[in-house]
Ligand binder design. Structure first.
Ligand SMILES: N#Cc1c(N)ncnc1-c1cnn(Cc2cccc(F)c2)c1
Length: 291
């Protein structure tokens, strides 16, 4: 695959290109690959159609979340998911180039990962006190805004408190980010729940187009969110990942990989089962068949 545009950035599983032209300046192309990462490593075996499924899922979520965005006087950055180069058809989004805000806007509806560790230490998540007795996987009394910094490629995002968001973007914009993040998460969680999926948490990125707040990046995908099968949700232990559990289980229990060396190739059955999870998530959420 070669996109004949200037490459601006390469993430673990995605690339971003300059798609501006004199007639249409300030445009980017976000391209999703079939690469999958696990345990902070990009695995050598691609998952066929992962890039297309997650791109089409973002496109669908942009449609679903537009009423929430409009209620805040905000919008999203998607211009087109069809007006893209042939060799990335279906797995690329033409978007508006924004002035990106330096905050990862994370919303958590359930206790998991770093949130559980913070709660165990402090009885709260950031400045939100939580009731006693919560465990890994517990649903929180209300979704919590847990912002972080945008780490350099390959680094981990760092948790920041609301005051740090205020310092970065100003008080009014910080409050707007928190409220919009929580509203978008709640709408997404409501739609996902109806499809049998627990949206445990998610990360949004926003930018500015002039003074307008704009939802950017990918949205509510299994790469930017924790998706759990609702049927197996059982607080008290790590919840199975909707999309990556086959990969994690094989790497942990079958492959003999030590998690420090180069990860091994995935067996065909794990690849096929993982592809099926992505397709099923898309079809369950959208009610559309994945072509
Ligand atoms: N979305 C968006 C966006 C926008 N609409 N305007 C300006 N900048 C960005 C932008 C810059 N970095 N990223 C993260 C990112 C995404 C995909 C692949 C990568 F390598 C890195 C997003």
């Amino acid at each position: 695959m070669s996109v004949e545009l200037p490459l601006l950035a390469r993430g673990k599983v995605r690339e971003i290109y300059d798609a501006s032209t004199p007639a249409a300046p300030d445009r980017l192309l976000l391209v999703a690959s079939d690469r999958i990462s696990a345990y902070d490593h990009v695995l050598p075996t691609p998952i066929p159609d992962k890039g297309r499924v997650l791109t089409q899922l973002s496109v669908w979520w942009f449609e679903q979340l537009t009423p929430v965005l409009e209620s805040f006087g905000a919008s999203h950055h998607l211009i087109s998911a069809t007006d893209v180069p042939d060799d990335v058809a279906g797995r690329a989004m033409l978007v508006r180039r924004l002035e990106m805000l330096p905050v990862e806007c994370v919303a958590r509806g359930y206790l998991s990962g770093s949130g559980t560790k913070e709660y165990a230490r402090t009885g709260s998540i950031r400045d939100v006190a939580l009731p006693a007795g919560l465990v890994e996987g517990s649903r929180l009394p209300a979704p919590v805004f847990t912002p972080s910094t945008k780490a350099e490629v390959g680094e981990h995002d760092e948790a920041i408190d609301f005051a740090a968001v205020v310092s970065a973007v100003g008080a009014g914009r910080a409050e707007e980010l928190r409220e919009l993040t929580l509203a978008l998460y709640s709408r997404g969680a409501e739609i996902a729940e109806a499809a049998g999926i627990v949206l445990a948490d998610t990360k949004f990125e926003f930018g500015l187009d002039g003074d307008e707040l704009v939802l950017a990046d990918e949205v509510l995908t299994p790469d930017s969110s924790r998706f759990w099968p609702a049927s197996s949700w059982s607080p008290g232990a790590a919840q199975p990942s909707y999309d990556k559990q086959y990969v994690r289980d094989w790497l942990t229990n079958e492959s003999g990989w030590d998690r420090t060396s180069t990860p091994p190739e995935l067996p065909d059955d794990v690849v096929a089962a993982t592809r099926e999870r992505y397709v099923t998530a898309y079809e369950q959420l959208t009610g559309r068949s994945f072509a």
